[in-house]
Design a protein around this ligand. Sequence first.
Ligand SMILES: C[S@@+](CC[C@H](N)C(=O)[O-])C[C@H]1O[C@@H](n2cnc3c(N)ncnc32)[C@H](O)[C@@H]1O
Length: 305
Amino acid sequence: MSIRAEADHTWEAIHRHLIERQGLDLTRYKETYLKRRLLVRVRALRLPGFEAYARYLRRHPEELGPLQKALSIKVTSFFRNRSCFAFLEERVVPDLLRRSETRRHRIAVWSAGCATGEEPYSLAALFASALDRGAAFPACNGRSRVMVRITGTDLDETALVKARGAVFVARALLDSAPAEAAGQFDIRPDGTATPSARLRGMVRFERESLLDPIGREELDLIVCRNVLIYFSLEHQERILSRFAAALSGGGYLVLGRVERLFGEARALFDVVSARDRVYRRLPSDAAAGATAGGGPGREEARACA
Ligand SMILES: C[S@@+](CC[C@H](N)C(=O)[O-])C[C@H]1O[C@@H](n2cnc3c(N)ncnc32)[C@H](O)[C@@H]1O
C-alpha cells in the first residue's frame, strides 16, 4: 500500500488522538494539507508509514509537540483585517488611554497566538500613534506617563524567534498599515522594515500554550484572532472563560472574523462591535447580574448566532 493510500486508514485515529490529547479540531484544515504535513513527521522519524506513525504517537506523548508544530498554520500579516484595526484605532485604543488614568497609567495587552509578531507590533503602532496625537487624550496628561505593555504569546518557538528578530518585508507593512502607524517603523534601503525602538520596548514575547491555565490577570485588552478556530468547541469554551477571568472589568476581547464568543463567558461581555468581534468585559458585579438575569443582550445574541 502506498504511503498516501495508507493515510486514509489511519488519519482518523490520529485525529481522534489529537482531539483527546490537545483539543485540536482539524476539520477546518484541508485534508490534503494535513496529510502533507503529517508526512513531514513520518519522514523526519524515518517511519515506514502513517500506521507506524499512529503507533509511535501513542507510545511517545512528547511527539504531540512537534506534530502540532508541523500542523499549525502561521499565516499572519500587519493590520490583518483593516476594518477591525480601524475599529481598535477609533474606539478601543482611545478608550483604554483614557481609562489608564485610573489604572496607574498602565495598559496591559495580550496578543494570544501572535505567530511571527505582526499582530502585536501593529497594536503597538496604534498605541504609539495615538499617544503621538496626545492632545486628543487630555486625560492622559502627556505620553510619557502611559506605559503600554504588549505580550505576544505563541506555541511555536520558531515563530517567536522571528517575532523577536523583528525584521519584516517593508512592502508587506506599507501595503496594509495606515500611514501614521507605518511611520512607527524604520524602513531600510534593503527593503526590510523593523519596529522602532519605542515599539520594541512595548512588546515582549513568551512561549505559551493556550491550553494551559492563564497566569495573567487585570488585562485591558486580549486579542486572540484566527487561533480558536483550530480548537474543539469544548476547548474554545474553556479558553474563552479563562480570557474572561484574565480581563479587568471594562477590558476588551477581540476575536477573529469567523470566531465567536459563546458558552459561559458570553454573559460576561457586552458586544461592542458584532462585525469586528469586539467584546467588552462587564464589571464582576454587573456580570453576576447579567448571568442571574438570563443571558446576553440582543446585539450579542446576533453576534453569536
Ligand atoms: C493563523 S495564526 C494567527 C496569527 C495572528 N493572531 C493573526 O490573526 O494574524 C495561528 C497561530 O496560533 C498558534 N497556536 C496554535 N495552537 C496554539 C496553542 N495551543 N497555544 C498558543 N498558540 C497556538 C500557531 O502557532 C499560530 O502561530
